[in-house]
Ligand binder design. Structure first.
Ligand SMILES: [Mn+2]
Length: 317
């Protein structure tokens, strides 16, 4: 393993950021380790897990010192953020020396490919994918398929399964399988857009500046569409609430989300009030959620929300 031996470093696992760029970088790294007969596990911890994570003898992909993990012993960081643009060794929290640095790099997968230049072969179809991942990582969509790939990823952003399949397809160079997956998933994306438009049309009001939408808990597409719908409704209402539940004769609400784009809004005391009422509630000042202990009739939910929201507004006066 020439590529990594110069440092005398023997990685025991790969720990990566779970975005498209990270996923592809891991796929290429695994392909390299296959080629030198080394089996190495890889994982994509969720962002909320990073603060409880200690890493040692690991290859870290886009998980730099500011991400909240604890660096112990030797680790190798591959990153292109916060002044990094290459591969770096760490001893504890201290950066030792750059192993390789690259200018004009769009993505971390590009760094991996550049570093392993003489060790693995990247064919033109995989190179095209890697270029597109670089575009997406930089919010650019020049390639006609860039948006489709990004949509497919976003539809599955919470999916553990995607983070198993996709690196595996990259590792084994199954470019056609990746594009087939993109095609299927981007059709679903169109569906989400349609449902999102319908949700926006269905908005009702808690009061004149507070809108809410009802989302069926048994409908996955609707739940994904709700995020999209909320963002757009926040242009129209000071506060937007999504209520998730089931409906037979009437809506029974299990949980909700609340969001605002207004700088004068702070939901912190709202969460406190909802907790006083026996709900689970929390989040950031302008976006959060709440959950009922058991499904609660919509009419009662609206009364409760009017009460607490009025008190929150009163607090500011
Ligand atoms: Mn990146």
């Amino acid at each position: 393993m020439r590529a990594f031996s110069s440092s005398g470093f023997k990685p025991l696992e790969i720990v990566s950021d779970g975005d498209l760029d990270g996923i592809f970088a891991v796929g290429i790294l695994l392909r390299y380790f296959d080629s030198v007969g080394i089996s190495i596990p890889s994982r994509f911890p969720a962002p909320r897990e990073l603060h409880n994570l200690t890493v040692e003898d690991s290859i870290l992909v886009e998980l730099g010192p500011t991400k909240g993990l604890r660096f112990r012993g030797h680790n190798m960081l591959i990153d292109h953020h916060e002044g990094f643009s290459g591969i770096y060794m760490f001893n504890g929290p201290d950066m030792e020396s750059p192993i390789a640095e690259f200018d004009g790099i769009m993505s971390v997968v590009e760094i991996v490919v550049a570093y392993l230049n003489n060790e693995i072969l990247i064919d033109s179809s995989m190179q095209e994918l890697i270029d597109i991942v670089g575009e997406i990582d930089n919010g650019v969509y020049n390639h006609p398929k860039a948006r489709a790939l990004h949509h497919a990823y976003m539809l599955n952003v919470t999916s553990k399964e995607m983070r198993q399949k996709l690196p595996e397809w990259v590792r084994t160079n199954q470019v056609d399988v990746i594009w087939k997956w993109v095609e299927v998933e981007s059709k679903r994306w169109e569906q989400v857009q349609t449902v999102s438009a319908a949700l926006i049309d269905s908005v009702s009001e808690v009061s004149s500046d507070i809108g809410f939408i009802l989302v069926d808990l048994d409908d996955n597409i609707q739940q994904m569409a709700a995020r999209e719908a909320m963002l757009q409704l926040e242009e129209q209402y000071r506060i937007v609430i999504t209520l998730l539940g089931t409906h037979n004769k009437e809506w029974m609400i299990s949980r909700g989300g609340i969001g605002s784009k207004s700088h004068s809004v702070d939901f912190t005391s709202l969460y406190d009030l909802l907790r006083e009422k026996g709900l689970t509630a929390g989040g950031r000042p302008t976006i959060g959620g709440f959950q009922f202990l058991e499904p609660y009739p919509l009419a009662n939910v609206l009364v409760l929300l009017r009460n607490v929201l009025a008190r929150v507004s009163d607090d500011r006066k």
